[in-house]
Design a protein around this ligand. Sequence first.
Ligand code: SAH
Ligand code: MG
Length: 199
Amino acid sequence: MKQNILEMEQYAIDNNVPIIEKKSIAFIMKYIKEHDIKNILEIGSAIGYSAILMASSSPNAFVTTIERDEVRYMECLKNVKKCGMEKKINVVYQDALELNLSEDLKYDLIFIDAAKGQYTKFFEKYKYFLNPNGVIITDNIKFHGYVGESAKLDKGNLKSLVQKIESYIDFLKNNPEFDTKFYDIGDGLSVSTWKTKKN
Ligand code: SAH
Ligand code: MG
């Protein structure tokens, strides 16, 4: 397992796959243990690095993870098998914005880590699949330190992406349904929970 994780880290470096930072995944693993999180939905599997670590953090943790890129999906499946995690991780090959999950599936943790420009859309779509005591965690909320600095960037893809993350942060800060805490860990994490428990 340890060896597989190291190999995934090396693969990510060699192939430019933006896997989560170690401090961030350590934070999430601790959260899973402390809150006895059982059902996890991840949006953006890449090669399965964070899914495998989340699934391994507790004997009760099960992960459904969604990936739209075929090469990464195949690599993810391979890694899940290598780690003997087929029973704990379900990998779905689809665009998360097009997927129709069964309405009666509910998750204790939804981890948003896919296209950074679509964060608000992921949140709005998947909040309906969150348990009353559940949490939505988002990665890369600082986006390499650019977030908050978009005014200084030249017009282009980077500026517009950073502006979208900034507007996601505003969306979370002003959200009528959720309270959000922001953590300066790794590339920045947000942790959102329901303001009031729904009936
Ligand atoms: N969570 C992974 C890293 C994910 S990188 C880890 O930390 O190990 C982001 C991934 O999201 C990429 O592989 C990309 O292909 C995928 N992605 C982006 N937009 C998506 C979408 N709309 N639906 C599904 N996957 C998406
Ligand atoms: Mg990330």
